[in-house]
Design a protein around this ligand. Structure first.
Ligand code: NDP
Length: 234
C-alpha cells in the first residue's frame, strides 16, 4: 500500500530516518527542507513551517504530485535553551511557533483531505522533556507538552472520521540537535537513562512507522515513549 506521507523537517536527523523508513515501507514520501540541498529520493519542498503561506504552497505541491496527505508526521523542531531569567521573549516565542503552532498549522491543513477521505494518521514528535521538564528548556518543554494536549484533542475531535492522532516522545537521540551539548551534559543525561545509551534516529522512526501502519489502526490519543526508560511512570 503506497500512501501520501508528509514529514516536516525530513531533510536530516530524526525526520530523515522517518522518511527513509516510510519510503522503505512503499509510501510516497514528501519532506520539507529550508535551505541547502535536500536528500535525494523524496519529494522535497522548500518550506519554513512558521510561515502559513509557505505551508499552503507546500501542500499544493504535495497534493499535485502525491495526492492528499494520508500520513502527517509533524517532526520539525528547534531548541533555544536558556534559564528562565535569561530567556528572551524571542527565544520563547520561536520555540513555541516552530514546535507547537506550526504543528497546529500543518495538522489543520492535512485534516482537510483526511476528513474527506474519512481516514488519516497524524503523528507528532514531542519529547520525554514534555513530561519530565528540564532546567533551561522551559520553552521547549512547554511546546512539547502542548503537543500532547493538542494531539489528544484531535484524537477526540477526529476519531469518528477514521483519523488517529498520536504522539511519539523520544528521549536523548543522536542528531545535530544534541551534538551541540557539552560532553559533561551528555554524560549527565546518559546517566539517567536505564538503557544507558542515546536513541538512534532509527529507533524513533520505527515507532512512527508502527503508528502509521495498519497494525496501529486502533491506537489513538497515545503517547509512545522511545526514551530508553528515562520517562517511565510519567
Ligand atoms: P535536528 O536539529 O537534527 O533537525 C531538525 C529538523 O527540523 C530539520 O530538518 C530542520 O530543517 C527542521 N526545522 C526546524 N525548524 C524548521 C522550520 N521553521 N521550518 C521547517 N523545518 C524546520 O533535530 P532532530 O532530528 O533531533 O529533531 C527532530 C524532532 O525530534 C524535533 O521536533 C525535536 O524536538 C524532537 N526530539 C529530538 C530529540 C533529540 O534528542 N534529538 C529528543 C526528543 C525530541 P533545516 O535542516 O532546514 O534546519
Amino acid at each position: 500500500m503506497s500512501r501520501s506521507v508528509f514529514i516536516t523537517g525530513g531533510n536530516r536527523g530524526i525526520g530523515f530516518e522517518i522518511a527513509k523508513a516510510m519510503a522503505e515501507a512503499g509510501d510516497r514520501v514528501a519532506i520539507t527542507y529550508r535551505s541547502g540541498e535536500p536528500p535525494a529520493g523524496f519529494l522535497a519542498v522548500q518550506c519554513d513551517i512558521t510561515d502559513p503561506e509557505q505551508v499552503e504552497l507546500a501542500y499544493k505541491r504535495i497534493e499535485e504530485e502525491h495526492g492528499p496527505v494520508e500520513v502527517l508526521v509533524a517532526n520539525a523542531g528547534i531548541t533555544r535553551d536558556a534559564l528562565l531569567l535569561r530567556m528572551s521573549e524571542e527565544d520563547f516565542a520561536d520555540v513555541i511557533n516552530t514546535n507547537l503552532t506550526a504543528a497546529y498549522r500543518v495538522a489543520k491543513r492535512a485534516s482537510r483531505g483526511m476528513l474527506r477521505a474519512r481516514s488519516g494518521r497524524l503523528i507528532f514528535i514531542s519529547s520525554a522533556v514534555a513530561m519530565l521538564g528540564e532546567a533551561g528548556q522551559s520553552n521547549y518543554a512547554a511546546a512539547k507538552a502542548g503537543l500532547i494536549g493538542f494531539s489528544r484533542s484531535l484524537a477526540r475531535e477526529l476519531g469518528s472520521r477514521g483519523i488517529t492522532s498520536n504522539v511519539v516522545a523520544p528521549g536523548l537521540t543522536a542528531t545535530d540537535m544534541t551534538a551541540v551539548l557539552t560532553e559533561e551534559r551528555t554524560k549527565a543525561l546518559l546517566a539517567q537513562i536505564p538503557l544507558g545509551t542515546a536513541a538512534r534516529p532509527e529507533d524513533i522512526a520505527a515507532a512512527v512507522r508502527f503508528l502509521a501502519s495498519d497494525e496501529a489502526s486502533y491506537i489513538t490519543g497515545a503517547v509512545l515513549p522511545v526514551d530508553g526508560g528515562v520517562g517511565m511512570g510519567h
